[in-house]
Design a protein around this ligand. Structure first.
Ligand SMILES: C[S@@+](CC[C@H](N)C(=O)[O-])C[C@H]1O[C@@H](n2cnc3c(N)ncnc32)[C@H](O)[C@@H]1O
Length: 405
């Protein structure tokens, strides 16, 4: 058992998770920006390059850039990468405001609409909402803006916000019929307000200093030899996307409307199929991790199917860890922020499992910090039984596993 150290000051009580530039588009299980700041201050030396193999919406990349470090990150979700790009861009705010003026003018005068092919579109949007989203899409598709991505991400935010999905769920659940009659179409008003307030936020917060590169890569693939780094700060998924957070499904409203406008390419929105946890051949090396095998055996007793899901997840996770360690520079450090979820009544000590893997891969133990996650938007809401509304608070803590090469 690797020693855990409780760090009360890392709770950041009263400091909201979604702050500064991170407000432009929410993302599930985001890292707390203040935690990333702490890890950079504690572990990065001047000129260290920072890497995040599961960069999501880019909290690590933003904070690295603000703190004057070059960084890059991988993810398989094209929408999250575009959010990360928008948040790490250096803006000429005068030009951004001119762009916004043009955009408002275009929106006011536009009569055309462009509605892409979306499965069950009428189930997820009212006719008026569909029409107004189609109008924004037409404007974005047919006009040039210096900072078009900024508007695209604000648009993606509105596509989810104004859909008929319930707030506060990661998966798609339609709001009740009675409620639909009372919903009001606020698309045009909301997008203007969202852009306006975010321009103000971006002007005042998190000004990026160094380049940050979000890249569309599956971290289970070997990393290009030329890409090396000194510090890894990341929060991996806690489990496979079938039974934990479905990042692709969460982002799918935005992805469907902006897919062909996204710099990161047109990707089938079912990115969850690519996430860590794919069903496939198990690498024998993972059986050397006794904490993992014991945990799997316990789960097997109550639920064989779920125990297999857990095995597939850690199989893919181990592939990523191997790749990450390989390209890490000597004396470099990894900081993995993980959660210990419960499956079939058994708590999975992901911090300990991660620590064993890193030791097997030749790294030296540094620390495991434990922090409360009072204000994190994350799968404490994710039902262990996978039933709507059946939530259980399975994760009150986050563990930061730190090793050195
Ligand atoms: C906990 S989230 C990261 C959130 C991120 N720290 C942030 O602040 O927004 C985990 C991310 O891992 C990504 N992911 C899952 N499997 C992946 C894989 N094989 N390669 C790259 N990214 C993957 C998901 O798309 C998701 O964005």
């Amino acid at each position: 058992m690797y020693k855990r150290t409780i760090k009360n000051h890392l709770t950041f009580a009263g400091n909201p998770l979604t702050r500064g530039r991170h407000k432009v588009h929410k993302y599930p299980a985001m890292l707390h920006p203040l935690l990333v700041d702490f890890l950079i201050e504690e572990y990065a030396k001047n000129d260290d390059i920072i890497f995040d193999p599961f960069c999501g919406s880019g909290v690590t990349l933003v904070q690295a850039s603000v703190k004057n470090h070059e960084s890059f990150g991988f993810d398989i979700n094209p929408l999250s990468l575009l959010i990360a790009k928008v948040k790490t861009t250096k803006y000429d705010f005068k030009k951004l405001e001119e762009d916004f003026k043009k955009f408002k003018e275009h929106l006011k005068n536009e009569k055309n609409i462009d509605i892409p092919e979306i499965n069950n579109i009428d189930y997820w949007y009212t006719d008026e909402v569909k029409r107004d989203l189609g109008k924004i899409r037409f404007v974005l598709k047919n006009n040039e803006y210096i900072y078009k991505d900024f508007f695209i991400i604000c648009f993606a935010f509105i596509c989810r916000d104004q859909s008929l999905t319930r707030n506060g769920e990661f998966k798609r659940y339609r709001i009740k019929k009675e409620k639909i009659e009372n919903t009001e179409n606020q698309v045009l008003d909301k997008i203007i307000k969202h852009i306006e307030s975010n321009i103000e936020i971006f002007k005042k917060n998190d000004l990026p200093l160094k380049e940050a590169k979000p890249i569309l890569v599956n971290s289970e693939q070997e990393i290009d030899k030329k890409l090396t780094y000194d510090l890894v700060i990341t929060s991996p998924p806690y489990g496979d996307s079938r039974t934990t957070v479905a990042y692709g499904e969460y982002s799918s409203f935005g992805i469907e409307w902006v897919n062909d406008l996204n710099f990161f390419g047109q990707i089938n929105y079912k990115v969850d199929k690519e996430a860590v946890g794919k069903i496939g051949k198990i690498n024998d090396e993972i059986y050397r991790n006794e904490i993992l095998t014991k945990t799997i055996k316990k789960i097997e007793k109550s639920n064989e199917k779920r125990s297999k899901d857990v095995m597939y997840f850690f199989n893919g996770y181990y592939n990523v860890l191997k790749n990450v360690v390989k390209n890490l520079n000597k004396n470099g450090k990894v900081c993995f922020v993980v959660g210990n979820r419960t499956v079939g009544g058994v708590q999975i000590p992901m911090d300990q499992i991660t620590a064993v893997f890193f030791e097997q891969l030749g790294l030296k133990f540094e620390n495991i910090f434990v922090r409360d996650i009072l204000n994190k938007v994350m799968p404490s809401k994710n039902s262990p039984s996978n039933k709507v509304g059946a939530t259980k608070n399975t994760m009150a803590n986050e563990y930061i596993v730190i090793f050195t090469k």
